[in-house]
Design a protein around this ligand. Sequence first.
Ligand code: ADP
Ligand code: ZN
Length: 740
Amino acid sequence: MNAAVVLPVPVSRPYIYEVPPELADRVIPGARVVVPLRRRNVVGIVTEVLSPQSSVGVEVKRILAAPDVEPALSQPLIDLGRWMSDYYGAPLGLSLRALLPGPLWSVARPAGPAPAADRLFVLVGNGMDSLLERERRFKRAPKRRVVYEAVEALGGSAPVKHLIEHLRLSRNSLTELVKQGLARIERVPEMRDPFAGLSSAPPPNLTADQQAVLSGITATPVETPVLLHGVTGSGKTLVYLHVLQAVVQTGRGAILLVPEIALTPQTVARVRGVFGDQVAVLHSGLSDGERADAWRALRRGERLVAVGPRSAVFAPVQRLGAIVVDEEHEPSYKQGTAPRYHARDAAAMRAQLEGARLILGSATPSLETLSDDRVVTFALPDRIGARPLPPVEVVDLRSAPRIPAAEAGAIAWSEALDSAISGALERGEQVILLLNRRGFATFVQCPSCGNVPGCPNCAIALTVHQTPPGMRCHYCGHEEPIPDTCIVCGHEIQRWRGLGTQQLEHFVGARYPRARIARMDLDTTTSKWAHHHILERVARGEVDILLGTQMIAKGLDFPNVTVVGVVDADTGLHFPDFRAGERTFQLVAQVAGRAGRGPRGGRVFVQTRAPDHHAIRAAAAHSVSQFAAAELPLRSPPNPPYPPRTGLVRFVIGTEDHARTAELAEKVSSWLRRAATERLDGMLTVLGPAPCPIMRLKGKWRWHVLVKSAEPRVLGRVVRAWRAKSHRAVTVDRDPVSLL
Ligand code: ADP
Ligand code: ZN
């Protein structure tokens, strides 16, 4: 007897293996098997057991092992994998690979390695409060200062290994700081999973509004997708929890998807508060062993609820009754490598395959969801406790009074924001400042010849960093020293342009010297529990000003935050991407929603040079409908249509050679044009080829071709036809979330 086995490699057709008699009862569709492939062994998934008659005529190799008693993948999950493969045009092997966590694909050690001991570098005492003191102490030791401030930004402690290997700080400076008595080294046997103990009791009663929405959802046929459109602070989480509870009470399971688990400890705590040990929290901080354990507990039905980011949509929850997609508008739900699935759409498909209910939730729903007429919307238009949404003041940076340049340097700091922050600090309230650009300065420019040093691998300017110092590429990680003189003309003074979070932190520290500041961006959150430590300090009231990139705009519920400032709302507004306005709207509306969640109320200041842009105006009004009314016509004829008014597929061509890339892009587009006229009856529009806005990335030249059709079927045929041709240098991205 033979079996068809799909291997986790970029091919769609299964491989045929012989089933040894002793494994016959385990080798069934969905089972993991170990099979030989050339000179190594790999894990594969059985998709079909072939009848004894269907001999292939050639000698086939034998399956070596079938490690699980129960098949790893249920039939609906295999079907979901097939759907992803067909819809996104991804090889079936890669689609199925995405369904199981990494450790389960490892032949050598399916349970993963044990966690090792960690040496922790801990700052001592309360730190140095004033900038002056700091300047005095580190006058002759700038490297030590860099270390000190980097660790400070990480929440006061960090693993030694992380500081040296990832941040490339000097080991010497660490030792010196310990000698100076400013820090000490602690040994911890293993970083404790901070999510393990997290639990908070839910509010005892639903409000009348929540109750009404809950009844509405329950009365909706299970196959109808539901959108819970609730303003920030309207209590959406409690509604989800009640829906999930009803599901679990009938012995069924559920999945709660969140954009990024590190940023949503509060949601995790609330889910634990209700479901306790029935929950498996799937987060990126888990070791391979923990991940495999969580997966098995769900697979065996020992845990009924899975909470996690995008990939949790594949959690092996038994008797699935509901999937909730919180913050459904978040771009992080889109997977960046094949299969390039969107977790919201995969969730919809899985819910359909398993007869489960789908609930999408957001304060700023995507235009895709808003324009989907199968979706039934339930609204929570008011905040809990009848708290008003915070008033938003749009500050026009072109004309608003600012604090003088002598004090603020290059930073545009309006008097309105400044006095609001001082007031909040005096009253012991907290402030959130959003600046969606990390680093110190956005780029370096020679004032004499205008040269801007760029990344040698990417068509992108290098960003200036100070902790630790260097110029870095945010796309490929390339690093080089900050130049003192221009490499082109030799001019001696180089100007730093554009504001990043590090500079903002520096400025805010000098401007409000008594404030305790925490910065949260990619640079301060690379270590395992960094997000969590920072947010914990904010929750305990040990931070007065939390500043950072879009990370701080999501889901946070801190009642003592009374002032939110958007330092520069325009950072993403002019990206060459049709969603630039939508992203800006969502970001500003979401961060505004962090203010005024407690009895003291709150205010929001949005600094911009485009105060009349509809994205800014709608965000200031907290109004999704206002935004949609202005944005949808821009994506509809007579303008060139864009999603959700049409379906979109992006073909990205990337090779090391520019001429070859352009040539290949030309070939892809003529293939598409031919298909459009010969076989698809003109139902396909082909745009391009053209260079991508980021024309060079990680050493590859990039061109793209966009394909549009109002008919999903047509796009499906195109991506599947391309899948059959499969070309290494071409990636296919259906429903792309970025066109950069
Ligand atoms: P959203 O996700 O809609 O922004 P949350 O779910 O975070 O809002 O809820 C906002 C706040 O209101 C939270 O602190 C939550 O504990 C509280 N809350 C939610 N529902 C209730 C309720 N029924 N009674 C009292 N407090 C509630
Ligand atoms: Zn680069």
